[in-house]
Design a protein around this ligand. Structure first.
Ligand SMILES: [Zn+2]
Ligand SMILES: [Zn+2]
Ligand SMILES: [Zn+2]
Length: 258
């Protein structure tokens, strides 16, 4: 399975509007971050995790020409507000896109994007996205692979991570419950949210994320969802073996067949 990091930034994106800090002014391309999202490619299919407000440019920059399904982690604006832009894929493929979300996130999508639900749209229109929304809390099958929803805690609220084979994606968490940690053993690649060096009530800090990564001991852990206090070169230097900061455009393959 191929994993493309479409965005690795926190909710503001980096650079942040109106900021002249060293990261926002950095010329290192790894300090330019769209909002966090990955594309999983396997069996000739493209599966997107989250639809960020940067989705259009993420699709253009990475030459994404088809989209077969979307997994949603939670309904914060930086993870869903690009959903309308999937209408290009609906038009090109002449089909609705299957979307998977936990109960709260699905309820928010139904409320905000009611005009796009397949049950509310009877004729395909070029100006309208089409989504076939499924609420999930148990493992399900997607294009021949098992997708395991992973319950996580984000600012005291339940959200989802996802495991597909030996790959797992856990962004925006402040806590991974013990039952969920048990679902994250024997991973080839773990993608984990880590906001900044200072603690934050809704997100793991870099040092907390290092502890989690060591405990879960994936072969390799990539951090995402960092803010402008994180200069890639400075923080990368301090990370233990087996843990890296990701960056926009990075492509990796999971080693084992999954
Ligand atoms: Zn976020
Ligand atoms: Zn800044
Ligand atoms: Zn969030």
């Amino acid at each position: 399975m191929k994993i493309t990091f479409l965005g690795t930034g926190t909710s503001t994106g980096v650079p942040a509007i109106g900021c002249d800090c060293p990261t926002c002014r950095s010329t290192d391309p790894r300090d330019k971050r769209f909002r966090s999202s990955v594309l999983l490619s396997f069996a000739g299919r493209n599966v997107l995790i989250d639809t960020t407000p940067d989705l259009r440019l993420q699709a253009l920059n990475n030459n994404i020409k088809r989209l077969d399904a979307i997994l949603f982690t939670h309904s914060h604006a930086d993870h869903v507000f690009g959903l309308d832009d999937i209408r290009r894929f609906c038009l090109l493929q002449n089909a609705a896109i299957p979307c998977y979300a936990g109960q709260r996130c699905a309820a928010d999508i139904r409320r905000v994007f009611d005009y796009a639900l397949i049950e509310n749209v009877h004729l395909q229109k070029s100006f309208c996205p089409l989504i076939d929304l499924h609420e999930v809390d148990q493992p399900f099958e997607l294009f021949g692979r098992r997708v395991q929803p992973i319950p996580l805690i984000h600012a005291g609220e339940p959200i989802l991570g996802y495991r597909v084979g030996e790959f797992a994606y856990c962004t925006d968490c402040s806590e991974i419950p013990a039952d969920s940690s048990a679902l994250l053993g024997d991973l080839d690649v773990l993608v984990l949210g880590a906001l900044r060096t200072k603690p934050h009530p809704a997100h793991l800090s870099i040092s907390q994320a290092i502890q989690v990564a060591k405990r879960l001991s994936a072969r390799h852990t990539f951090f995402i969802h960092f803010g402008h206090s994180v200069r890639h070169e400075d923080i990368s230097r301090e990370l233990p073996d087996g843990i890296s900061l990701s960056y926009d455009g990075l492509c990796i393959e999971t080693n084992r067949k999954d």
